[in-house]
Design a protein around this ligand. Structure first.
Ligand code: GCU
Length: 681
């Protein structure tokens, strides 16, 4: 098999009642067709029921083989008042005539179908309630945009990809294959509605994606995605006017540049009318941008926004803008401040079809970061949260690290944007959903963790992050545990023993990974460039602004008023909470403060003892996960078991390397021995 069906493999579920024999589409459309296909397949595989499929109600009367009772109707109610209000919203309920799955649009019907299938896969007790009419399900997506960002290069490699090569590109060509459809199906099943297929670092052939050379394949991809309610997006090279248009400038206020983009967008949209828009990384890590011309990011984004506006296009503009040529001797420049410093002054200056995409933390997808302060500040700008499912700094899909608990914390962070009394609902979830400021162009994006590996994500269990991102973006109220339960049941069948072993492995994995790598918010300590494995000073004397400032007395970066002043970027009472070492949440202590090794934490332990304990305990837990997993030998398919076991074995060994490197470093630099006398080198 070239690739699995992941959580859509539809293993038979015992003892579910599925009292239907017919499916009737009340209206047409490609997405509706996909929805019907899916329900037919799931009924056959999960409930051993062959559904008779009829095109519309009129046909129903004509066909005697399909009696019309025990029917599932898929449709979009014609009357506005009866229709679920939002795009992607759905309702499932039993009526006299049969079971009705109704959407606010075709995508809503598709999501309703996947919801019903999920209830079947998990053998949910809600099924019986649905059948009896005691329960009606109504859901509306929390976020308008639920997007995956692929960092795929046209040569087939993937930046920070840990699951094989790209299935979108090879040898500077676009691949259009059955796998594209399989991917779209997986993504849609969890509510994804937008996909960027190419890397944010747009270079070489990727710059030419917006030329006719690639139009036919792009259009083909857009159609495959479109059939699953997904919009295709591309990453864009800000320097295209020079690289493609032969101009001598990319100045966004230059008329020739503006004319270039307008003409270009006209061409692109004529060829690929369903294109959703573009993602732009500008003035960041060597990518070109408006700063070169003394312009700001609103100038740059708005120029592109104007060019795509006639076609309903969106410009998603990343806020990952910082000075990456810092001098480590300079203790005032603070990379964490950069996003806020660059974008806050522009609040309210962006066009309506521009969305600022903000990484969850102020640095770069570390195992733990506090929430980026921009979310607390921007009030009149569309915002999107960017998280990273690709596990660049969280074990590269060789270590298990289920990220949904982290993303839940980010979404639940109270920004106090609505005032210091805390009365307004102003969490990150309230902001990026558009609820707080009444915005429509907003949502969540994840850097994708997929590739051409058979299991899609390298580590089989990393698929829970792909699945979970979609589920969470669709419904931010779901808990990390509920999502993990669903994923396990859908992927491995509804088996109590598998659930018993895998569920705690997933839900505890983030904290385990954190504890043997870089606890208390210190971050980094990885090998330069590939970012894998321990190297405490790997980034200490470099230009990337990611320091830990350890000396013989203490460690951590002073970001208080006396230090870099970063704490002041938060609203009160958060700013004061972070400013004060006693009230700063301990899991972030070393991000905000330079702390003496003998400082006592709330547990009563000294900082240095906590560092030692955390690494020893974390490595032990990684070992314990492997042992726990061995119990599943008879219950999982042999290849699946072996694949996961091999990764857990590597993780267990590698966690010891982390433990010993970090503990040894701090023992040598502090001279303070471990109270428990364990081996440190
Ligand atoms: C990280 C990552 C890069 C990536 C960048 C980004 O720095 O290491 O590979 O390009 O993030 O988000 O743009």
């Amino acid at each position: 098999m070239e690739y699995t069906n992941a959580w859509l493999n539809y293993k038979t579920v015992d003892h579910i009642r599925f009292p239907f024999d017919t499916i009737c589409m009340e209206s047409g459309g490609t997405v509706m067709e996909r929805a019907a296909d899916e329900l037919v397949l799931a009924a056959e595989k999960l409930a051993k029921t062959a559904l008779c499929r009829i095109a519309d109600i009129a046909e129903m009367g004509r066909r005697s083989s399909c009696p019309g009772k025990n029917t599932i109707f898929l449709g979009i109610p014609k009357k506005r008042g009866e229709r679920p209000a939002d795009a992607g919203a759905f309702r499932i309920r039993m009526e006299e005539s049969g079971l009705h799955i109704q959407g606010g649009d075709e995508s809503g019907v598709l999501y309703g179908v996947f919801e019903l299938i999920r209830l079947m896969q998990t053998a949910s007790p809600n099924l019986a309630k649905l059948w009896s009419g005691k329960l009606a399900i109504e859901k509306s997506p929390s976020n308008p945009l639920r997007m995956l960002n692929h960092w795929d290069n046209l040569d087939g490699s993937i930046e920070r990809g840990y699951a094989g090569s790209s299935f979108f590109f090879a040898d500077d060509r676009i691949i259009v294959s059955e796998r594209t459809r399989a991917y779209a199906r997986l993504a849609a099943s969890v509510g994804i509605n937008a996909v960027v297929i190419n890397n944010v670092n747009v270079k070489n052939a990727a710059t030419r994606l917006i030329t006719e050379q690639y139009f036919p394949e792009l259009d083909a991809l857009a159609r495959i995605f479109g059939a699953y309610g997904i919009r295709l997006y591309l990453s864009l090279n800000f320097a295209a006017p020079m690289e493609l248009g032969g101009l001598d400038t990319c100045d966004p206020l230059d008329r020739k540049v503006q004319a270039f983009w307008k003409k270009k967008m006209h061409e692109v949209y004529a060829a690929v009318p369903e294109l959703g828009g573009f993602l732009v990384k500008a003035d960041s890590e060597g990518r070109p941008g408006p700063f070169t011309y003394g312009r700001n990011h609103a100038d740059g984004a708005n120029m592109l926004a104007e060019a795509v506006a006639p076609y309903g296009g969106r410009i998603i503009w990343r806020c990952f803008v910082y000075n990456c040529s810092q001098d480590w001797r300079d203790r005032k420049t603070d990379r964490a401040r950069a996003g806020y410093d660059n974008f806050m002054p522009l609040d309210g200056k962006f066009a309506d079809n521009v969305i600022l995409q903000i990484k969850n933390g102020p640095m770069d997808f570390q195992v733990r970061e506090q929430v980026a302060p921009l979310f607390s500040g921007l009030r009149a700008t569309n915002q999107m949260l960017e998280v990273q499912a690709a596990q660049e700094y969280t074990g590269q899909q060789r270590h298990l690290c289920y990220l949904i608990p982290m993303w839940k914390e980010v979404l639940g962070f109270k920004t106090y944007a609505g005032g210091a009394d805390g009365a307004t609902a102003d969490t990150v979830a309230d902001i990026v959903s558009g609820r707080l400021y009444g915005q429509k162009n907003c949502g969540m994006a994840a850097v994708a963790n997929t590739g051409a590996d058979e299991n899609w994500t390298g580590h089989d269990l990393a698929a829970a992050n792909f699945y979970g991102f979609g589920r969470l973006a669709f419904d931010t109220e779901l808990s990390a545990e509920e999502i993990a339960r669903e994923w396990i049941a859908c992927t491995y069948g509804n088996n109590a023993e598998i659930m018993r072993i895998l569920l705690p492995m997933l839900t505890e994995s983030w904290q385990i990974y954190e504890s043997y790598t870089s606890p208390l918010g210190i971050g980094w300590m990885v090998n330069p460039s590939h970012h894998y494995g321990p190297n405490v000073d790997g980034y200490e004397y470099d230009r990337w602004g990611t320091y830990h400032r350890s000396d013989c007395l203490g460690m951590g970066v002073d970001r208080t008023k006396k230090g870099t002043g970063y704490t002041a970027q938060y609203n009160e009472p958060n700013a004061s909470m972070y400013e004060n070492m006693e009230t700063c949440p301990e899991e972030l202590l070393l991000f905000f403060h330079h702390v003496p090794y003998r400082y006592r934490l709330k547990s009563g332990k000294t900082l240095i003892q906590h560092i030692y304990d955390s690494h020893f305990e974390g490595a032990m837990k990684a070992q314990a996960m492997l042992e726990r997993f061995e119990e599943l030998k008879e219950l999982l398919e042999p290849e699946v078991f072996e694949r996961i076991r091999a990764r857990l074995k590597h993780q267990s060994d590698h966690s010891k390397e982390w433990r010993d490197r970090v503990n040894t470093y701090y023992y040598r630099i502090s001279g303070i021995p471990d109270e428990k006398g364990r081996t440190i080198y």
